[in-house]
Design a protein around this ligand. Structure first.
Ligand code: AHG
Ligand code: MN
Ligand code: MN
Length: 341
């Protein structure tokens, strides 16, 4: 057996590669890892305790029913960020507005974090994988002042780090700081995330596609054509592609990262911007996708080039293996050309 590398050790080793690093980002990543271990413990016990499982009774700013675990995870991560000292403010899917931290230590913090405390929360009750997704930016405002909306509304291309924690058959933390993607599995017996997936690369293509096909009749004809292509029998294999849709973006994405695939959440007639949130879901996973060789787009524009106009902005989302996303984009262009012609 080779030597075990813990996440903490890995972060510290990486920091040493940057001579002027102050250690703040390292501490922030370690705080995220600690908070996610606590959420992981709660997720694992949810079915046993009524104060953890089930609906909270409220509705968030997105009009979605909040689960107790949504609120537990949200409050836990916020506390971690608020008292960690590296973060001057946060934006969360579960809160109406962004939250600037007003204690003196936090005001000096260099970073802001935008996050989805619990993704796929409608899957909690049925014991299916869920996760936490986070995106870290350097603040724009001066250190020592109160965080502003401008600090929050930055393009994905300005992310300093991004990642997710998947509470699946095991708990995994996957992150990037723009130098590749690394994955760590929580060993519950020692309470440590250990490097299990070094330098992750998303396969350039696969025979998997992932979409809520309930939306197929109301989405772009180019997407309809691509899905039809996936469903045709391929003479070389004698089979169509396999459809896989978990309904937790973070879990569907993780499968694509490991096995290859394409995830599509389109704009529809009723919801032209789709469902997924640019700041909490699309940007962080786009950063990881690109760092591992994949692509993330809204069908027309690179996700990380979109200038956000509001905190809870939604965007159509296509993410996954390079060749598959490129093929889908060609289908969109062809359908648009036919429509014009
Ligand atoms: P959240 O639980 O954070 O609100 O996110 C749910 C999202 C995403 O995880 C998932 O892929 C998508 O909603 C599923 O939506 P549909 O039920 O419309 O397919
Ligand atoms: Mn989500
Ligand atoms: Mn959520």
């Amino acid at each position: 057996m080779s030597k075990v590398t813990t996440l903490h050790e890995f972060i510290m080793n990486r920091q040493a590669e940057f001579p002027f690093a102050t250690g703040e980002l390292s501490r922030l990543l370690n705080d995220i890892s600690t908070a996610s271990k606590i959420v992981s413990r709660d997720v694992r016990r949810a079915g046993l305790f009524e104060d953890i499982i089930g609906a909270e009774g409220g509705v968030n700013v997105q009009g979605e029913e909040q689960q107790k675990l949504d609120v537990i995870a949200d409050e836990l991560f916020i506390k971690m960020f608020q008292y960690g000292g590296e973060v001057c403010g946060i934006g969360s899917e579960e809160n109406d507005d962004y939250l600037p931290f007003d204690n003196e230590q936090s005001k000096k913090g260099k970073y802001v974090v935008l996050f989805d405390p619990l993704d796929g929360s409608s899957n909690i009750d049925v014991n299916v994988s869920i996760g936490t997704i986070f995106s870290i930016f350097r603040r724009k405002s001066d250190a020592g002042s109160t965080a502003t909306m401008e600090d929050m509304l930055q393009k994905g291309s300005e992310q300093v780090a991004a990642g997710y924690v998947l509470y699946g058959s095991s708990t995994m933390l996957v992150y990037t700081t723009g130098h590749g993607v690394n994955g760590f599995t929580l060993d519950p017996s020692i309470g440590e995330f250990c490097l299990s997936h070094p330098d992750m690369k998303m396969p350039e293509k696969s025979r998997l596609y992932s979409m809520n096909e309930g939306n197929i009749d109301v989405c772009h004809p180019g997407i309809q054509n691509y899905v039809k292509y996936c469903q045709e029998t391929d003479p070389s294999t004698g089979r169509p592609y396999s459809g896989r849709y978990i309904g937790s973006l973070v879990a569907d994405f993780h499968r694509s990262l490991i096995k290859g695939g394409i995830y599509i959440y389109p704009g529809t007639e009723q919801n032209p911007n789709g469902k997924l949130r640019l700041m909490y879901e699309c940007n962080p996973l786009a950063f990881i996708a690109e760092q591992s060789g994949g692509i993330a787009t809204n069908g027309k524009e690179r996700i990380m080039d979109i200038s956000p106009s509001s905190l809870h902005q939604r965007v159509p989302y296509i993410v996954g293996s390079k060749e598959q996303v490129e093929q889908l984009m060609n289908c969109i262009q062809e359908a648009d050309a036919q429509h014009v012609g």
